[in-house]
Design a protein around this ligand. Structure first.
Ligand code: G6P
Length: 601
């Protein structure tokens, strides 16, 4: 979603702002812009130069005059209020053209504020909610920008991360409420951004702002207040390197991230299972008296949660409920003894954050599973389990999903009362995962061939049973996200209750056939499907010779304990989606209309 960058220091801001904006492209956007406070000649008044356009940062850059100024801001917009147009792109100015604002979030009371400001004579040049912020600040500004921003923000209902500057001043005023904002700390220069990816090229040290913080950022200093009181926020080292956030020779971030999965799994396991002893050491503590778990999440994280539901149920015999985070607000079940877990790779998905807040308000203990240190969810939930995937840039989640599964399996194993032999077997299964996943990756050529066959179709069904039904859901999501093929997942047994009406020669079916108690019923479903004409591609383990006679093609996967089959099936389905999208010439890392980090409701 919208990305924000700001710079105050001794260098020309324009190239830094453009590079930082490119680093935020992965969040998803449709238009972009920059504003620079121009170092005017002494005899003329200082001004703010704004350039904005629809489309990509590189395209805007081509038409951008070279503007000099040591303080500036930039923005990538993902439209919420008003169409995608240059006028609606950020930054926005007040009437005088001396105050500039970029904003991420949603101002819920913007219409009433706009009506009021219009009556007072303010003229608006966009349809956005953001523009009211510039005009409100203009109303309150009489030389003290921080004060004017504080007064304006007090009138806003909704969420925001904002950067504000006044022409001729050497500082930015920045603030956040429920939208992410960080300050990258440099030497005689400071950087503001929606997330650390934007500042990795310039600094390894950041300050994470808290809700309600207002900071004045110049090249020399950062001062933060909250509710009028001066506060200190700890400076933290970013645990990611610049190289990790680059493509490293791969054609797309998504492909790189798919190939990084063995390492990501290993890193997440590291520290939790000892290589010698079959030991799991987690920092997560389960309160006495808790009787069930409720997991909230969105998108791919929701699919991880659904797999977790099976695994926790199987190993711990603990009742587990899973809710899409945005639905949790409409959920009214008893939760007296419920432990609520929120899964969010970014730690910034607004619906998941709101669900965790609601759980806390209900008095439930909470646990966050996230990949991003310092993200909002880590400040809201009482306990945190960090996955260690490194930065994920491709919009379609891959390696973070894989490590979310690792986290859920580890949590399930740590709360289970298992026979030692069973326990050791599971630990061994976890240890082998990186090499088993690597074996799937080594077969990339064969999977790419199946993808080429899938690419001309308009509709694809994915079916699974049990533990692998949510894997089928994730496979379908990956395919639709990046190849724009309509893909639907069904529990295999449910196909005959509706989808059969759609099956025919033009609707291929991808079937997950795992050698557990789902295998025989799966074969029955496949026979029923074949009788209606579709091509069936099966995901089956090495050594399963029977499957060949029932299907048209087989993607072979290494043998593992069926409990761990979601890891291997998911990697194969990621590759299938990736190469299908590539065959269709789709923009894999930046799918249309999607965003990596969904920070609006
Ligand atoms: C967006 C992304 C998905 C992601 C979902 C949840 O829709 O495009 O890839 O799964 O948000 O994100 P989270 O950061 O909460 O896991």
């Amino acid at each position: 979603m919208c990305g924000i960058v700001g710079y105050a220091g001794y260098r020309d801001s324009q190239p830094i702002l453009l590079e930082s904006l490119k680093r935020l492209e992965y969040r998803g956007y449709d238009s972009c812009g920059v504003a620079i406070s121009v170092n005017s000649a002494l005899e003329t008044a200082p001004t703010i130069e704004v350039h904005k356009d629809v489309g990509r940062v590189v395209d805007m850059e081509k038409n951008l005059p070279c503007v000099h100024g040591r303080v500036g801001m930039g923005h990538t917009r993902w439209a919420t209020h008003g169409e995608v147009s240059p006028a609606n792109a950020h930054p926005h100015l007040d009437c005088s053209g001396r105050i500039a604002v970029v904003h991420n979030g949603v101002i819920e009371n913007f219409q009433s504020l706009r009506d009021e400001l219009s009556r007072e004579g303010h003229h608006f040049s966009s349809e956005t909610d953001t523009e009211v912020i510039a005009h409100l600040i203009e109303n309150y500004y009489s030389g003290d920008l921080e004060r004017a921003v504080a007064r304006a923000l007090a009138e806003l209902v909704g969420t925001y991360a904002v950067i504000v500057m006044v022409a001729g001043h050497e500082e930015l005023v920045v603030a956040r409420r429920e939208s992410p904002l960080i300050i990258g700390v440099g030497d005689k220069e400071n950087f503001v951004a929606s997330d650390v990816a934007a500042v990795l090229d310039y600094t390894g040290s950041v300050v994470y702002l808290e809700d309600g913080d207002i900071a004045v950022v110049s090249g020399e200093s950062i001062t933060i207040t909250n509710n009028g009181d001066r506060v200190q926020r700890e400076r933290q080292v970013i645990p990611w390197s610049v190289e990790e956030a680059q493509k490293g020779g791969y054609e797309h971030f998504m492909l790189k991230e798919i190939h990084e999965q063995p390492k990501a799994i290993e890193n997440t396991l590291k520290g939790h299972i000892s290589l010698i002893e079959p030991l799991i050491a987690l920092d997560v503590v389960k309160d006495e008296g808790l009787e069930d778990v409720l997991i909230v999440a969105c998108g791919t994280s929701w699919h991880a949660a659904l797999i977790g539901e099976y695994v926790i149920g199987k190993l711990c015999h603990l009742p587990v409920r899973v809710k899409v985070a945005s639905e949790f607000n409409h959920y009214d079940m008893a939760m007296d003894k419920t432990w609520v877990w929120g899964i969010s790779q970014s730690g910034e998905t607004l619906d998941t954050l709101q669900a965790i807040k609601k759980a806390r308000a209900l008095g439930c203990p909470t646990l966050a599973i996230t990949n991003v240190p310092g993200s909002s969810i880590t400040r809201i939930a009482e306990q945190v389990f960090y996955t260690r995937s490194g930065p994920e840039i491709g919009v379609a989640a891959t390696k973070t999903f894989m490590t979310q599964l690792v986290a859920l399996y580890l949590l399930a194993m740590s709360f289970a009362s298992l026979d030692m032999m069973v326990y050791e077997g599971l630990i061994e299964g976890l240890r082998l995962l990186p090499s088993k996943v690597q074996q799937v990756l080594d077969e990339v050529g064969k999977i790419a061939q199946h993808a080429r066959e899938l690419s001309p179709y308009a509709n694809v069904f994915f079916i699974g049973r049990g533990l692998n039904y949510p894997v089928a859901m994730e496979g379908a999501l990956k395919l639709k996200e990046i190849s724009y093929i309509h893909a639907e997942a069904y529990p295999a047994g449910e196909l005959k209750h509706g989808p059969f009406a759609l099956l025919g020669r033009t609707t291929p079916v991808v079937a997950i056939t795992t050698k557990d108690d789902t295998y025989e019923p799966m074969l029955t479903s496949i026979k029923e499907i074949k009788a209606r004409g579709p091509q069936v591609i099966a995901l089956a383990e090495e050594g399963d010779e029977d499957i060949e006679q029932f299907v048209d093609a087989v993607i072979r996967l290494p043998q593992v304990d069926p409990l761990f089959s979601p890891f291997l099936n998911s990697v194969a389905l990621q590759l299938l989606a990736y190469y299908t999208a590539k065959e269709r010439g789709c923009p894999i890392d930046l799918p249309a209309n999607l965003a990596k980090s969904v920070t609006v409701p």
